[in-house]
Write a protein that binds this ligand. Sequence first.
Ligand code: F6P
Length: 555
Amino acid sequence: MTVTAHSITPEFKAQWQTLQLHFEQVKSQSMRDLFANDASRSARFSLDVDGFFLDYSKNIITQETLDHLLKLAELAGLDKKRNALLTGETVNITEQRCALHTALRAPQSASITIDGKNVVPEIQQTLAKMKQLVEQLEAGKVLGFTGKPIKQVLSLGIGGSYLGPKIMSQALKHYQNEMDVHFVANIDGHHIHQVLDKLDPEQTLVITSSKSFSTQETLQNSLVAKQWLRDAGASQDDIGKHFVAVSSNIDAAVQFGIKQENIFPMWDWVGGRYSVWSAIGLPLAIAIGFENFSQMLAGGNAMDDHFATAPLSQNMPVIMALMGVWYINFFGAQSHLLLPYHHDLRGFPAYIQQLDMESNGKTVQQDGNDTFAETGPIIWGGEGTNGQHAFHQLMHQGSPLIPSDFILAIEPTHSSQDLHNALASNCFAQSQALMMGKTLAEAKSELSEKGLDSSEIERLAPHKVMQGNKPSNTLLMNALTPYNLGRLIALYEHKVFCQGVIWNINSFDQWGVELGKTMSTDILNTIEGADNTDTANHQYDSSTTQLIKRFSSPS
Ligand code: F6P
């Protein structure tokens, strides 16, 4: 069923105005006071979903705020639109597609139809094909052109065809097996050449992952890899032993020279940034084993069930989405900070950057009108505790309001509990310090206790003040397992979806990436053209012209 473009309703607009009035009443509300006046605050503003715990009490909200935000979600038709997403309706209206990444992690018994056809069987067939390859590789049964077993993998892809498998392999480092899996994305030759130097062509499987099979970076890198194999002595026929592809464009993959039986299908109703659950996750499954990959799917499915069934007020993705709307649209926050206090999640902010910014970095509503308010924020972040020694200064004493998500696993996968206790202490202390701040009186008192004289105290104290009232969420999981990683990713997918519903935008297309691609083709042709200075044929601006000329004829 096609979801038609729709406009926001008068009731929604009225609720938005109600929230604006409410914001004026609470914008200066001190979280210190909110905690001091309500001993049950943290319990009231927390959610525990089978051990996956969200503490959202360190937000500048009262129960009235939350009620208003939930009402807004209701008036945005979130219930109905959530159902449309999960049942395969055409939610991506500019490409006339559904967005059924949730089907990729549904159990075998599920029935999810697109145009009347249950897609679960073909998904399961692809998973079985992935499982077979993973197990053959683990058993050393996949042989290269000289008869050696394949032990290394070169995964070529970019955007969602890179970030998912790469970052989730890193996140699940503890679960990695003997397979030596490497990832290359950039067309910058520094990347692929540095990686090829580490690989043995006789024992390397190349996985070309590209939904469109037309992405310049991935195709160029695949040609380099193909030549690398040929230079090592592989014949054209041998190439088939060393290449597999993941794509929805089977013809193009065959055209490139990849055997049909070595192509893992994906579907146009899976967006790149939502595709790690599909065969795009093949390198990840090879790196951690298929059982662990299945566990990640199961975690994603568990979060889907929670998202599908929990009342909005108890719904973790909905709550996180509404906290974001509150700061972006009423406090004017421009960015959102992700602080994984886990070294293996150091890439997680980069993953969510594509998920969030490519989904909601838009200013046109479903009905083609300009958006009525700010939309997707700048997503950034870094692993804790490193950020405390880099950008946390701005968080504590800078001018922008930057809501943040702290993420911590209670159990480490290493043996140094003392280090983990210190990590957790820092994580909790940072959100506490951001919330509490330090008043001028407290700064003066501290300096006085250090014995400074009054003039020094007067001079220094203002520099020690921290505004406080800086909001954060804290997500706690028992351990960073494949299952919990699956829940974490799905949580953010659904958070992004809910925000897109509130803003009435299409979170599933990405037309904004097209212009740059087109222009780069033009400029490449100019640079590689006969006469580099021949820019007369192109109406480039003078800046682009001079840059091309300087690049083409370095002084
Ligand atoms: O950045 C645009 C984009 O289409 C992403 O959405 C996608 O993940 C990436 O490029 C790679 O696309 P493909 O998998 O088709 O090579």
